[in-house]
Design a protein around this ligand. Structure first.
Ligand code: SAH
Ligand code: SF4
Ligand code: F3S
Length: 473
């Protein structure tokens, strides 16, 4: 039955609540109960969701389910959803449409939805009204309840909706089945307190809660022991790490402690420009195993729009930080996120964004058209610019950012870069992987390589989104 529904009024509260650190306990009653059954898990959205899916896979495996790659073959289909833009919503609902047809033929098919969309009251209302055949829904704050929710949905043959509006306890020790055995995600902070006016994440992920440094470091140590080559520290705003827990332990301290553990590659994402401290820059510059690659979302080059977005910096203060990082971290590449068509963005505002992009000459950029998210403050702002005009702005922006991707990549021609091998391309002895600066490299090698190898590659040819090269002996 319905246990808890998401409540938007609750979700938007900004107060910080006390919470407990709770260690996950497996319920042995359901262990391997569904042996012989299969699952298909589809993940939408950011790295946070990808990593959550690694926990979800482990929980499903604990129940006895085994994974299949085609949803047509599955006994259970679970969608781990994303709310960030309308098209993410549409994709998930499109998939539900296909599953409805499948369920008409396969009556025993179990379908569930989790992730950020489960936290939206309007989505859950729609599911209650028009998707009565969906077997279960759980949210981002109670992933650990997956075994009992699924078990109850199947046993009682009744829709289970269990979503907490607010963050609950901080759960440690969830099982994890990692996608790779050479690179790994490690959560360091959950939630977001920034409340940028366009963004739904604070409502779907709750307030900022840092994991204890001991828990983070123990997880990294385990990865080092298991031979992992790369760790990415995850959070909606990793720079806020520790603020809610410690007076004297920050993201800079955590980065340094992780660097000292000797894992060959450390990345972190995402950084909000507001919390990016000088100490962090010093640590990044000091340790060669902290990759010289920073994702620093700017969103807009117009200080007027930045203010409306609630971003807490101006074009000028962003540029100051940008240049400080560039000057102090040798060879650093900086990538960004940009939104065009925020409500009220004028041609002049947009030209300021182009101007900023020309100054920053980003190595990579994710560009989006503003998408109205129900219940966010930006949703209520007057928005006179047409969608067609916004699409044109996106196209003009993309032309400029793409130009600099190629220009920056060309500077690497003839140079040698270190690459972490990720896989083999279709062609024999052609491999791909990412450089220290987070560029996609396709390369040939005389020697047989396996994913997880670190090799030096000489760059022969630069393209806009990748570079070609060959290993050097
Ligand atoms: N916490 C990260 C952002 C995560 S969302 C940060 O602040 O850097 C990733 C990107 O999606 C954002 O940087 C923003 O560019 C984009 N985005 C978020 N909400 C959006 C919306 N309503 N419409 C369009 N793009 C959005
Ligand atoms: Fe969203 Fe802003 Fe938080 Fe990033 S910092 S998740 S854009 S509210
Ligand atoms: Fe999407 Fe939720 Fe990540 S809204 S971007 S999956 S935090």
């Amino acid at each position: 039955g319905i246990m808890h529904l998401p409540d938007y009024k609750e979700a938007r509260k900004r107060d910080i609540r006390p919470y407990q650190r709770v260690v996950f306990q497996e319920d042995d009653k359901v262990k391997n109960k569904y042996q012989g059954k299969t699952f298909y898990l589809k993940t939408y959205g950011c790295q946070m969701n990808e990593h959550d899916s690694e926990n979800i896979e482990a929980l499903l495996t604990f129940l006895g389910f085994s994974k299949v790659d085609d949803y047509m073959d599955a006994d259970l289909v679970l969608l781990n959803t994303c709310s960030i833009r309308e098209n993410a919503h549409n994709k998930a609902f499109g998939m539900l449409g296909r599953l409805k047809h499948l369920k008409q033929e396969k009556k025993d098919l179990i379908v569930g939805l989790c992730g950020c969309m489960a936290q939206e009251a309007s989505v859950v209302e729609t599911i209650l009204k028009d998707y009565k055949w969906v077997n279960f829904v759980f949210g981002t704050h109670n992933m650990y309840q997956l075994p009992e929710i699924i078990d109850t949905a199947i046993e009682e043959n009744q829709q289970q909706i269990e979503v907490f509006s607010r963050e609950g306890d901080l759960i440690e020790g969830l099982p994890v089945l990692r996608v790779n055995d050479y690179k790994a995600y490690v959560n360091i902070i959950y939630g977001c307190n920034k409340f940028c006016t366009y963004c739904i994440v604070p409502y779907t992920r709750g307030r900022e809660r840092s994991r204890l440094k001991e828990d983070v470091l123990a997880e990294v140590q385990k990865l080092v022991d298991d031979g992992y080559k790369e760790v990415t520290l995850l959070g909606q705003n990793v720079n806020a790490y520790g603020k809610d827990l410690y007076d004297d332990y920050t993201m800079a301290n955590l980065l340094e402690d992780v660097a000292k553990m000797g894992i060959p590659r450390i990345r972190f994402t995402t950084s909000h420009p507001w919390d990016f401290t000088d100490e962090m820059i010093d640590v990044i510059a000091k340790y060669p195993n902290i990759m010289p690659s920073v994702h620093l979302p700017v969103q807009s080059g117009s200080s007027r729009i930045l203010k409306l977005m609630g971003r807490r910096y101006t074009k000028e203060s962003y540029l100051e930080l940008f240049h400080k990082i560039k000057d102090r971290v040798p060879g650093v590449t900086i990538s960004t996120d940009i939104i065009v068509g925020f409500p009220g963005e004028t041609e002049e505002d947009f030209l300021e964004t182009l101007d900023l992009v020309r100054e920053c000459q980003y190595d990579n950029a994710f560009t989006f058209i503003f998408s109205k998210r129900e219940g966010t403050p930006a949703c209520r702002l007057a928005d006179p610019v047409s969608q067609k005009e916004k699409e044109e702005r996106l196209q003009r922006l993309n032309e400029v950012v793409n130009h600099y991707f190629l220009e920056n990549n060309k500077k690497l021609e003839g140079r040698e870069v270190e690459v972490l091998v990720e896989g083999i391309s279709d062609k024999k002895h052609m491999y791909y992987g990412y450089s220290d600066t987070n560029k996609l490299i396709n390369f040939s090698s005389e020697k047989e390589l396996t994913p997880g190898d670190l090799v030096m590659v000489k760059i022969n040819d630069a393209k806009t989104w990748s570079l070609d090269g060959e290993t050097v002996e």
